[in-house]
Design a protein around this ligand. Structure first.
Ligand SMILES: [Zn+2]
Length: 345
């Protein structure tokens, strides 16, 4: 009798484990429980252009959710890319409940081409073409692959950026207010432990292209974060560690990893931001730094022509602080000079 009961228990446990732990299949690659596997997802556009996305799947020994983490949508934003290079060594599949999919570099052509904002092949900004188009150019095809091959596999999503080569930036975590995803996204945002959280009320409508990776994830009912950490193409250990310790805190909060998340700081939640754009093409000057406080009406920079003639004083329209700013001299008419956060009400 005891043997029969034991057999029933064993069968029940086996069926539970096998039901919860099917092989994770991605792009034709099978990843078993307890395994870590790296491979390239191949992408080909109808124009004949091709590229690939390097991916690492870490399949935990125990069941749990799937967290997708993506870097390199912008190829010159190096700190997140290098952080994700270091992350697999910090993740032991036998101690993970669920699956972590690391997308190391979404835009390999922009990375290898040292290109700011744009894919040098078709001159498109990958973070403006979501959900993508499989019949479009190569950047459209990358977005389509992320939207249709990766996102449907994720329960949670984190898109990691930095200030680009020409941008001084103060690190922050962003999330979108969207129905019943809001609470999960806010919890993930707080778990990152950054001192600034940007809450966006950006509307995500079925009738409009989502444009951004995080908006597309949200439209697919996946709670999502956009992280910005690092700047100007400079990789520092402090920033890669800040990214990875934040991501591990999120994994603990989502119960993908055991251990209590480190207590978060008391972050400032910023809900209003304004951009200040250049009225002229020329040379931009400003001594202001990311994170610095500004006052409404204060001169925070100026623009000259190529002969040194003064064209524009740049004036802060708000009381607040510099979230990010152009930190290099070239500027074209209509381009952003400053992104400013306003003090919470
Ligand atoms: Zn970016």
């Amino acid at each position: 009798m005891t043997k029969v009961i034991l057999l029933i228990i064993l069968c029940t446990c086996y069926s539970f484990v096998s039901a919860q732990q099917p092989v994770f299949l991605l792009d034709g690659h099978k990843v078993k429980a307890g395994e870590k596997l790296s491979f390239n997802m191949q992408i080909r556009a109808s124009s004949g252009d091709s590229t690939y996305i390097p991916v690492t799947v870490i399949r935990g020994s125990k069941p749990g959710p799937v967290l997708g983490i993506l870097a390199g949508i912008h190829g010159y934003e190096y700190p997140p890319i290098i952080a994700l290079q270091q992350l697999p060594a910090l993740l032991d599949p036998t101690r993970i409940s669920g699956t972590i999919v690391l997308v190391h570099i979404a835009n390999v052509s922009a990375f290898l081409g040292r290109s700011v904002y744009y894919n040098p092949v078709d001159h498109k900004n990958l973070n403006r073409v979501f959900p993508g188009n499989k019949n479009g150019t190569i950047t459209d095809c990358i977005a389509w692959t992320i939207s249709h091959e990766l996102f449907p596999r994720f329960n949670y999503f984190i898109d990691v950026h930095a200030g680009d080569a020409n941008e001084d930036l103060h690190s922050y975590v962003g999330y979108v207010v969207h129905g019943n995803q809001t609470a999960s996204a806010k919890e993930m945002a707080e778990a990152m432990g950054f001192d600034w959280i940007m809450r966006s009320e950006r509307s995500i409508a079925d009738s409009l292209p989502t444009q951004y990776a995080t908006s597309e994830a949200v439209a697919q009912d996946i709670p999502a974060l956009a992280i910005e950490c690092g700047k100007m193409g400079i990789v520092t250990q402090a920033e890669t560690e800040k990214i990875n310790s934040g991501l591990i805190n999120v994994m603990r909060t989502l119960r993908l990893m055991s251990g209590a998340p480190s207590p978060a700081n008391a972050p400032i939640e910023i809900t209003k931001r304004v951009t200040v754009n250049s009225e002229y093409t020329g040379i931009f000057y400003s001594d202001y730094k990311a994170g610095q406080l500004v006052r409404k009406g204060m001169k925070i920079g100026y623009v000259t022509d190529f002969f040194g003639k003064h064209l524009q004083d740049v004036i802060s329209p708000v009381d607040g602080f510099v979230v990010y700013k152009v930190s290099t001299p070239p500027i074209s008419k209509g381009e952003l000079l400053f992104n400013l956060g306003q003090y919470p009400d």
